[in-house]
Design a protein around this ligand. Sequence first.
Ligand code: MBD
Ligand code: FE
Length: 284
Amino acid sequence: MTHIPTEQATAAASGAAATEQFRAKQRTETTDVDTRRVDTLVTALLTATHDIVRRHKVTYAEYDALKSWLIKVGEDGEWPLFLDVWVEHVVEEVANEDRVGSKGTIEGPYYVPGSPRLPAETTLPMRENEPGTPLLFQGQVRSVDGSPLAGASVEMWQADDDGFYSQFAPGLPEWNLRGTVIADATGHFMIRTIQPAPYQIPTDGACGSLIRAAGWHAWRPAHLHLKVSAPGHRLITTQLYFDGGQYVDNDIATAVKPELILSPTATGQGNDHEVTYDFVLDKA
Ligand code: MBD
Ligand code: FE
């Protein structure tokens, strides 16, 4: 079922919202980077760029195309989208290479902190007739030593059945399909939601132009986003995907890992599906 938004979702509108979210996060986190690190990293980036120009004999026409495109990324507010789709997965790989618990993956541009707090057995905030296949997502949060993490926080956000995120696409209630679930005394949670649809990167902005110019596709497989945390443990940011789903094997954001693929089963009630997934958190 497709709902008709009164306003069209645009690259510039979701880009502006993502840029604003990122700025709000930066105000609460320090961003100072050591001078010597800046020198090392920027020199490495420029040297790699110079190598590309020489090796591929980049022309002035191509250099100017790059310049106009970079200007457009900023105008469209698509720096968060561009970086999270094409760069973040390697930053995540490096940041989490020493973990022994559950796998993480990228956060992406559409996280909003402070979603409604919900009990261990709950339904994510959704519209009265939220379209989509009902999904019961349940599991347990444990420490690497196997002990259950009572009161762990399971924060979830996801696209709806049309592939839209609340707070970034028009016409959706605030916090739709977003919530912070507090696990019970044995670390268990049971969350009713709907299966999200695959997500298409906005096609009318700078990232869309790049995708067309390069002959790529603009899709991410359907996914649930999660941040799972507990006192004394390292927060994990992750995503879960659906076995056999479109684009699971060719995610534009390169963020799928085999450990993150769910196989929900039909419950026998209507079209309802259910799946169990446990989280194991590394110690802080
Ligand atoms: C998404 O929904 C997403 O998760 C990422 C990483 C990039 C763009 C859209
Ligand atoms: Fe997403």
